[in-house]
Design a protein around this ligand. Structure first.
Ligand code: SF4
Ligand code: SF4
Length: 467
């Protein structure tokens, strides 16, 4: 038989009177101090679904740095080299526009998703929730037990049992935080570079080592202490809900038409047992309506369904539904707002795919070497020095050649061979000699052609200065 939390305790957060109205986050007291949330361990159909999904997400987070396609990482966010590989597609600094389109599409997708399905991302896919609820809290349940035992342990004087349990829990938390930091780092530098880094003496990377310790400490602090406050006070996405949600958005909601009037002996289906509050990781009462703190984790759905089974009432008193759905039985997820967002998203994403597929296979930049003007030579020519940078966006090595297309001139490249490895960058310097009679003014437009195996890949226009 399921039991309610002790009266007046409610798992350690607020009194019944306080729950009826509040003007501050529920985990803060009237002086702004922290009230620790002792959430009951959730269980049920929705929790099992979330757990299975979280395994995939955790596997994805830990496994991605090791996945290779034709020897290249699946995902690499190499900020230092300004090179990003996203699901096999490589983006260089020169692809900022394409990346911006991708980011814009992603933001619009998040908006569309939120307008339609509320804060589903937070409860089901957000790394913060997955690590807190599916990793750290599960370890806590295992070592310290469910909410009443944890509450008792935290409030009892120090004993051998308390020292052992707390030491064990926090040691595991620290180990996981360090592992998370290292995995996180691999997303930015790749697994090979990470392996090389950790096999070298710490003294060679002392600055990086200190940063790793600081990031690990931050993770440990978040998951051992700060916890749900990230979702309720820090995360900007949570704050945006107020403007993104409308009465047709599907959210975790309480069917007040069925539930009210509440109470053990009243005619409504809600027996006012507070079980939905006891499992809530942010300690709110969903019967007060959609709130900023609700991360749509579904723990209250599972818990209320158990109560409904015990009381012999249909399940779904708390369920995924919209305000309109509860009020008027509105069932479709489509409305003018999300239809309009969908159209814009399809257009934007199609444009992104088009620009991605139609981008040139190489990206060339040719600039006159700074600080150098021109040189008059004995053979009646004028010369300019240029710096050249070519990015290979294909997965093949390429022999390269540069030709002057607009004038009869000669190019002398520094070094003997112009070749570029797959997804690499070629950088060099060359001198362009033009006969004096080819120049009509002190600034002449010149056009270069970049060839590979006699095939013209790209043209590039720049200026040539003369007397
Ligand atoms: S909504 Fe369900 S779980 Fe919550 S108090 Fe009512 S009956 Fe209990
Ligand atoms: S109200 Fe329900 S869905 Fe929202 S955070 Fe609390 S338990 Fe999760």
């Amino acid at each position: 038989m399921l039991k309610s939390p002790p009266p007046g305790d409610l798992g350690g957060y607020m009194s019944e009177q306080e729950l009826s109205f509040r003007d501050r986050p529920i985990n803060l007291n009237e002086k702004g101090g922290r009230k620790w949330v002792y959430a009951k361990k959730p269980s049920g159909k929705w929790y099992t679904r979330r757990t299975i999904l979280s395994w995939f997400m955790l596997l994805f987070f830990a496994g991605v740095p090791f996945i290779r396609i034709d020897g290249h990482p699946l995902v690499l966010l190499d900020i230092a080299s300004r090179k990003f590989i996203i699901f096999g597609a490589i983006f260089w600094a020169q692809d900022t526009f394409i990346l911006a389109l991708l980011m814009l599409s992603f933001v619009l997708f998040v908006v569309l998703f939120t307008v339609t399905f509320g804060r589903l991302w937070c409860g089901w896919a957000c790394p913060q929730t997955i690590f807190l609820e599916m990793v750290f809290r599960k370890i806590e349940y295992l070592i310290e037990g469910d909410y009443k035992k944890r509450h008792k342990l935290d409030n009892c004087p120090w004993s051998t049992e308390k020292v052992i349990k707390k030491t064990l829990k926090h040691s595991i938390f620290i180990l996981i935080s360090v592992a998370m930091t290292n995995t996180f780092l691999m997303w930015f530098i790749g697994s090979e570079k990470w392996l090389q880094l950790i096999s070298e003496p710490i003294a060679e990377h002392f600055g990086g080592f200190i940063i790793m310790i600081m990031v690990s400490a931050l993770f440990y602090w978040i998951y051992s202490y700060f916890r749900e406050q990230i979702c309720t006070m820090v995360c900007p996405y949570g704050r945006m809900q107020g403007v993104l949600l409308d009465s047709k958005s599907i959210v975790v909601t309480y069917d007040y038409k069925r539930g009210e009037p509440r109470g053990p002996k009243s005619s409504g289906d809600c027996i006012d047992c507070h079980q939905c509050i006891s499992v809530c990781p942010t300690a709110i009462d969903i019967r007060n309506g959609t709130q900023l703190e609700c991360i749509n984790c579904t723990a209250c759905i599972d818990q209320c369904n158990k109560i409904m089974e015990v009381t012999g009432k249909p399940v779904g008193l708390i369920r995924f539904d919209s305000e309109e759905g509860i009020k008027n039985g509105h069932k479709t997820i489509w409305n003018a707002r999300n239809k309009a967002y969908s159209v814009v998203l399809i257009i934007l994403f199609s444009f992104f795919i088009y620009t991605l597929l139609s981008r040139p296979v190489v990206e060339t930049t040719i600039l006159r070497t700074p600080g150098l003007l021109f040189q008059e030579n004995d053979d009646n020519t004028i010369s300019n020095v240029y710096n050249i940078k070519i990015v290979n966006k294909t997965r093949d090595d390429m022999p390269l050649e540069i030709r002057i297309l607009s004038h009869k001139g000669e190019i002398k490249m520094a070094g003997s061979k112009m070749a570029i490895k797959d997804q690499a960058m070629f950088e060099s310097t060359f001198i362009l000699f033009l006969p004096k009679e080819e120049l009509k003014s002190d600034k002449t437009k010149v056009e270069f052609g970049i060839y590979s195996n006699n095939e013209l890949l790209e043209t590039y226009n720049t200026t040539f200065v003369g007397p």
